[in-house]
Design a protein around this ligand. Structure first.
Ligand code: PHE
Length: 455
């Protein structure tokens, strides 16, 4: 992100921002939450959160970053020197780091599944002329993910890959690669959706995902949907503030926010259209539906139905692994840039300081899926605790602070000037956005959090 040329083209800028947004959040996290929060009811609240909260907050972060011209903490300091509002950015950076520690583990799973698809181990009974059922895919998942050692190896490999890329300066190459692979991932998803929809009993799954049952909507569903919207759009973590500081002066921020959010939401919805018909078709129920299983059991089952399934599997997990890698790099970059700027660390020292603790933190998260699973903190495994606290509490709080800051604290014309590019673009949405950012978003987010806690 250190090279301004990177955002020389409009497509490059949108692609890079979409690259940050689209990741495991859409492909792995979204289906899990939709599954456990009532399917279509969750989808509906999630879509509402993207429109009412996500897009305006994204415009606020873009304005803050481009106008402030620095990282998540520095931008606040540049706009209002001497005030303590930079702490909002600091909460975001901390949240992104907590997220990174378990995100790296899931990134490791995608690497392991890529590898096991290549070796064929994931599909051995089939390649040996047999068939595969849920139980076999479940036992593969247990071996690859729940087992203590296998996932650690792959998580470590991902951390090392991050080191190499962030230090070696091949970052732009990786980002370019991701800009090619992302559209390809999109095409793959369309093909998989076609296959999934043609499975027997696909309608039942589709109806679970698309026909809302409002009686299922409660405070937990709403808080999960809101957290997912922020997570998926990379909001409240200082990432988009940092990214937008590289945007050119003539970028139309409102349009960029809408485009990025729509693309991100589309990927999530497509994943739902792929996963849920497959779930009903293969008759998965109960335990096998929890956590990781949707992407790591259900999808391999879909691939096994397709001609050349192993190739599809390799392609999918490889693309997903690259998407995860570009996300881990961008999350780590925020902390690294912060360490370099504010503690005057060298690049090497900052990379070590940020990435080395992950060997321990990510290992603990990984083990909490296996033998440390019975160790519960407030009723959660460490993995789930990190996920819940960062996503459902810290991201919303950081977003409330960003809204209050842009709506009330920053100089009066600042937000308007950013959205209208100093009056050169007529921004019809400005009044609505300002109203949402000033009143609706902070009150709504705060009420959702309160309702969730007093419940
Ligand atoms: N938005 C990304 C996703 O949905 C996650 C992410 C978070 C990426 C923070 C970058 C930074 O997977």
């Amino acid at each position: 992100m250190s090279n301004k040329n990177q955002f020389g083209t409009k497509i490059g800028l949108i692609a890079a921002t979409v690259g940050s947004a689209v990741g495991l959040g859409n492909v792995w996290r979204f289906p899990i939450l939709a599954q456990s929060n009532g399917g279509a009811a969750f989808l509906l609240v999630y879509v509402a959160c993207v429109f009412i909260l996500g897009i305006p907050v994204m415009m606020a972060e873009f304005s803050l970053g481009r106008g402030g011209g620095s990282d998540a903490v520095g931008s606040f300091q540049n706009i209002t020197p001497g005030k303590k509002w930079w702490m909002a950015g600091a909460i975001g950076i901390l949240a992104s780091y907590i997220i990174l520690s378990y995100y790296m583990v899931v990134a490791g799973w995608t690497l392991e599944y890529t590898w096991q698809s290549i070796t064929g181990d994931l599909y051995t009974p089939i390649t040996e002329g047999g068939a595969m059922n849920n139980a076999q895919f479940t036992s593969k998942m247990n071996e690859y993910i729940v087992n203590d050692y296998n996932p650690l190896i792959f998580t470590f490999l991902m951390i090392i890959a991050n080191f190499a890329i962030l230090l070696g300066g091949v970052k732009r190459g990786i980002e370019r690669l991701s800009n090619i692979l992302m559209p390809m991932l999109f095409v793959l998803l369309i093909i998989f959706a076609g296959v999934s929809l043609s499975l027997p009993k696909a309608e039942d799954g589709l109806s679970f995902f698309l026909n809302p049952d409002f009686s299922k909507v409660d405070a937990t569903v709403v808080v999960n949907a809101m957290g997912q919207a922020f997570f998926s759009l990379s909001l409240g973590m200082g990432i988009l503030i940092t990214y937008s500081s590289y945007y050119p002066k003539n970028t139309i921020l409102s349009r960029t926010a809408v485009t990025v959010s729509m693309l991100d939401m589309t990927v999530a919805i497509m994943m739902g259209i792929i996963i849920f018909p497959a779930v009903t078709s293969f008759g998965l129920t109960g335990e096998s539906l929890e956590g990781a299983s949707l992407v790591f059991i259900t999808l391999p089952e879909v691939f096994a139905q397709m001609a050349g399934g192993q190739i599809w599997s390799i392609l999918f997990f490889f693309f997903l692994m690259v998407a995860a890698l570009t996300s881990t790099i961008s999350i780590a970059e925020v902390s690294i840039a912060f360490m370099q700027d504010h503690f005057k660390m060298s690049r090497v020292k900052a990379c070590v300081t940020v990435l080395a603790p992950l060997f321990i933190l990510s290992s603990l998260c990984s083990l909490s899926q296996g033998s440390l699973g019975s160790m519960k903190i407030f009723g959660f495994t460490l993995f789930d605790l990190f996920d819940q606290v960062a996503t459902n509490i810290m991201l919303p709080i950081a977003s409330i602070l960003v809204c209050i800051y842009m709506g009330w604290i920053a100089p009066k014309t600042f937000f308007k000037n950013q959205l209208s590019n100093n009056g050169t673009v007529r921004s019809r949405v400005f009044h609505i956005v300002l109203f949402i950012v000033r009143f609706i978003a902070p009150v709504l987010i705060a009420s959702i959090l309160i309702a969730y806690f007093v419940k």
